[in-house]
Write a protein that binds this ligand. Structure first.
Ligand code: ADP
Ligand code: MG
Length: 290
């Protein structure tokens, strides 16, 4: 906890806003399927891994790891990350786009979507759809317990904000018992959604935002209390946050709020007790008893 004032804000928490990937889920994706239409499966995976080599998004890491035979990163001429959508890179003179359906819509590529338990990562080369890779993530084992405990200790509302698809978000959020689920948000939309949640919060209560990625940093700074995942989290998120959870366990959030309430109670008890003793002695002194 980076300062005592955050302990006071935490004790008044009304709403907790969560990021999904890496915060409520492990953020360790695994490639479960490769579906290619335009090239060999291995070539598709290699092309995607080359393009993703510039990114440190959890999805990129999983695709790079899945391509076990290794690849020559020097063939990547230029590459850029497109937040909330994917990456664009030039590999051996060909433009490669790897990302979600919004990225495919942006470049006007026809894609085929697979209804499976996982995220579809589409690959296009020179604007032509080449296939997709399905990656999936698991919910953290203590996430449901964390959400239930928050409710039990007096948090009125829980919200989940994610850049992922509607189906995955409603599935994860529903299983965890989150009150308000918002999906397909770009990084800027997340901060805007957070601001709207803050407007809906009673005057003397606060909003905590919990996140892990670079794209969460603005929201972590904007919320009354920003909580970052310290293990998996990016440096930018840890820097912007007011509270850092070192072991990435969501169940530490209710623990922290509970502690902050106890700290504030003890502070109040001390002030009341000290003043009472002072007034008592003052009164006795006036009548000459001390
Ligand atoms: P979240 O808010 O859940 O942490 P992000 O905003 O990081 O998610 O990403 C939103 C979506 O954008 C992902 O679910 C994925 O479909 C796509 N995406 C983002 N970055 C990448 C990438 N490097 N490679 C492939 N897809 C990506
Ligand atoms: Mg995240």
């Amino acid at each position: 906890v980076k300062g005592s004032s955050f302990l006071e804000s935490l004790s008044k928490t009304d709403t907790v806003v969560f990021d999904k990937t890496g915060t409520l889920t492990e953020g360790r994706f695994e490639v479960s399927r490769v579906h290619s239409v335009g090239m060999a499966e291995d070539e598709l995976l290699e092309t995607a891994a080359q393009a993703e080599s510039v990114s440190n998004h959890p999805i990129s890491k999983s695709i790079i790891e899945a391509h076990t035979s290794g690849f020559d990163a020097s063939t990547v001429e230029s590459a850029e990350e497109i937040p909330g959508k994917g990456v664009r890179a030039v590999v051996r003179g060909r433009t490669v786009h790897v990302g979600n359906h919004r990225l495919m819509n942006d470049i006007g590529a026809e894609y085929c979507h697979e209804e499976v338990a996982g995220t579809n990562v589409h690959v296009a080369v020179d604007g032509r759809y080449m296939g997709h890779i399905v990656v999936s993530d698991v919910v953290k084992s203590d996430a449901a317990e964390a959400v239930a405990t928050l409710k039990a200790i007096g948090v009125r509302r829980t919200v989940m904000l994610s850049g992922d698809s509607a189906r995955i978000c409603t599935d994860v959020g529903g299983r965890l018992g989150i009150d308000d689920i918002r999906y397909e948000l770009l990084p800027a939309d997340k901060t805007e959604a957070l601001e709207r949640v803050m407007e809906d919060t009673p005057e003397n209560r606060t909003v905590a935002y919990v996140g892990d990625g670079i794209n969460d940093a603005p929201s972590l700074a904007r919320a009354d209390v920003g909580i970052a995942m310290g293990g998996l989290g990016s440096d930018a998120a840890i820097e912007a946050a007011d509270v850092v959870i070192m072991d990435d366990a969501p169940s530490k959030i209710p623990t922290c709020i509970d502690l902050s309430k106890r700290v504030n109670r003890i502070v109040m008890q001390n002030i009341v007790f000290a003043l009472a003793v002072k007034f008592g002695l003052l009164a006795l002194t006036l009548f000459g008893f001390t």
